[in-house]
Design a protein around this ligand. Structure first.
Ligand SMILES: Cc1cc2nc3c(=O)[nH]c(=O)nc-3n(C[C@H](O)[C@H](O)[C@H](O)COP(=O)(O)OP(=O)(O)OC[C@H]3O[C@@H](n4cnc5c(N)ncnc54)[C@H](O)[C@@H]3O)c2cc1C
Length: 428
């Protein structure tokens, strides 16, 4: 599990202060401790004596096998906890399966940006250890006209002063990075080499396999329907697969998180934030980049060859989308699904002729777990400190570092200063 060269790269990418968080070998320490205990136990002939030598591992439940809950489960299991992961439907089937899944540091608040950059570095570390198949192609952004240039400059300003490199591009440079583009008139462009993107389902499945190898138990389908709390301490979770005694619980249930925190006496509100992506069938591989052109026209290509595209972060303001703009529900109709998906590909094909409407495969609709101030909500609940919450937009970007930080808080009982701006109690 050692990786010294990466550690130096991490320092360059996120600065010294964050490098510790990304590479600090909690897992290694825990594994060595377990190996040592197993060794001692092996020397002792009576099983009961061996059992007495082994410390009782903390029994931690994690609600939700999306990318965030799965990363937390992996980090907990690698650190020696006895982990049970509860999933009501199937792993990676919530917001995670419908995510654009761009790993990036772009946000105006410098602390939040650095948390995201630390997560990118942690993703590199996890990728190196678990073979996650992340596409580390960087991000290419270009704009047209004064308004387009302003957006590109705004993006560049967000990374300015961070340890993440960013390059201003001249129009002629775009062709060097992405010869397949027909970008149209360009007024400003940038390249951020640090960024990546993933296939969120495949990466979650790989994290889950690693978590299970480290001893985590997946109960699926298993819905957490109630919590047994006595004198302010968690005793157990009541689930559709039975009553499970627990010492700690992490709620990482995406948009369902408020239902679970309410069971522990902490109300939370999330904003309603639908998002639509259009997917092509697999086409020959041509790029690892994440692209964003005028009008937020965005696309990337997965290692499987599928192109994933979107042309606006929210559904269009059309009568047909009124339902999904108001509530979490299925797409209005199959015909509309195809029509909208093809229209998105048509729009994107202006910038990239490799995107063809005839290659349309499916349109996906997802609902982001979106805190009302757009910031992650992470930490122990004041109402029941044995219960932690982790819910955020950009959960794909953040899953790596939050897995690391949340598991450490759960196991040590010590609050990490890094997470102080993101506590649930800021909502009162
Ligand atoms: C269109 C779109 C584009 C996005 N683009 C990006 C992007 O580019 N970059 C980025 O970083 N993020 C992006 N996001 C956001 C990101 O996808 C989410 O923040 C992330 O997937 C959240 O993961 P999660 O594990 O917290 O939640 P989820 O993936 O929703 O998982 C929660 C799980 O909890 C389970 N669950 C719920 N209640 C219970 C219960 N009572 N018992 C047991 N299980 C339960 C659910 O079944 C579900 O599987 C995007 C999202 C969307 C929709």
């Amino acid at each position: 599990m050692d990786n010294p060269p990466l550690s130096r790269g991490v320092e360059q990418a996120v600065g010294n202060n964050w490098a510790m968080l990304v590479t600090y070998p909690l897992e290694r320490t825990a594994m060595k401790r377990r190996a040592l205990l197993a060794g001692i136990a092996g020397l002792v002939t009576t099983p009961s004596f061996a059992r007495r030598l082994r410390p009782h591992p903390l029994r931690v439940g994690v609600v939700g096998a999306g990318i965030l809950g799965t990363s937390i489960a992996l980090h907990l299991a690698e650190s020696g906890a006895e982990v049970t992961l509860f999933e009501a439907h199937a792993p990676a089937r919530g917001a995670t399966q419908n995510s654009y899944a761009w790993l990036n540091g772009f946000v105006s608040d410098p602390h939040y940006r650095d948390l995201r950059l630390a997560s990118l570095a942690r993703w590199r570390w996890l990728d190196a250890h678990y073979g996650l198949g992340i596409s580390w192609g960087g991000y290419l952004n270009w704009g047209a006209g004064d308004a387009g240039a302003a957006l590109v400059h705004e993006n560049a300003a967000q990374l300015a002063g961070s340890a993440a490199p960013i390059t201003d591009l001249a129009v002629e440079d775009i062709g060097r990075y992405a010869p397949y583009l027909t970008p149209g008139p360009v007024s400003a462009a940038l390249y951020a080499p640090n960024d990546g993107h993933i296939d969120p389902v495949s990466v979650t499945e790989r994290l889950l396999t690693a978590a299970q190898r480290a001893g985590a138990r997946l109960l699926c389908p298993s819905r957490v329907e109630g919590l047994h709390i006595q004198n302010g301490r968690l005793r157990a979770a009541a689930t559709t697969s039975g009553y499970v005694e627990l010492d700690r619980l992490v709620i990482a249930a995406g948009t369902a998180t408020p239902t679970l925190t309410a069971m522990a006496g902490t109300p939370l509100t999330l904003a309603h934030a639908p998002g639509i992506l259009s997917h092509t069938r697999p086409v020959g591989p041509f790029t690892l980049l994440t692209h964003e052109g005028p009008g937020e026209a965005s696309f990337k290509q997965l290692p499987s060859g599928h192109i994933v595209a979107y042309d606006a972060p929210r559904p269009p303001d059309l009568a047909a989308h009124a339902g999904i703009r108001a509530a979490e529900m299925d797409y209005p109709s199959e015909a509309l699904r195809r029509e909208h998906g093809e229209r998105m590909l048509m729009h994107l094909s202006r910038f990239c002729p490799k995107i063809r409407v005839s290659d349309f495969e499916r349109l996906t609709l997802g609902f982001r777990p979106m805190p009302i101030d757009d910031r992650p909500i992470v930490g122990a609940l004041h109402s029941v400190p044995d219960i932690h919450v982790a819910v955020t937009h950009s959960g794909v970007t953040l899953a790596a570092i939050l897995g690391r930080l949340v598991s450490s808080e759960v196991l040590s009982g010590t609050r990490s200063a890094v997470l102080s701006p993101y506590r649930p109690e800021r909502f009162g």
